[in-house]
Design a protein around this ligand. Sequence first.
Ligand code: MN
Length: 230
Amino acid sequence: MSVYVLPPAAPATLAVAGTPARFPVHRVFCIGRNYAWSPDEARTGEMPAWFMKPASAVVPAEGALPYPPQTTEFCHEIELVVAIGLGGRDIAAAQALQHVWGYAAGLDLTRRDLQREAKRAGGPWEPAKAFDHSAPCTPLVPAAAIGHPRQGAVWLAVNGAQRQRADIADLLWPVTELVTMLSRSVALLPGDLVFTGTPAGVGPLQPGDRITGGVTGIGDFSMTVTSEPT
Ligand code: MN
């Protein structure tokens, strides 16, 4: 047994719907633009960009959502989240779903002003994307219980007004191809999460806003934005 010089951090985990067991989160991959944001936008031959958040950014999508520091443009991105249960590299699309343990609805929260600055300066995206509490997720639903959904609304409202709505059937790069793409670049491991991209309608949040959202058939949530800690 190892002796640590510091107490090791507790593993990040997600609730699993219908059981007290937890899903241990290993890494968080996020896919860039993966829905058409305008009617004429089509999938190109290029795979979408991907980036990462720390596992510690994953929190339950419930209760209070703290407004993060160093931004005046804290934005919501509702996304289908895929949980990897079986690792692998160079996974063929036909086998990809065998590697998927389950699904959740999640928020890829973004400090948009910092992302704009990163794009302008050619800098890293972590300040824009990888901050504390930046990846709230609903409890995971096992594929063993619901199968692998090919359709279902992905939606988000702020103070009851709809901001984002699409269908996971409209993903430009479906889950199978995202698993294939990522596994060519890195070996996927059990516990990895993949945020699959957000539809049009992303926008800023203010302290006091009530956010509701979800993916039909997978999970929904309600959170309230709280003031930046002083
Ligand atoms: Mn996103």
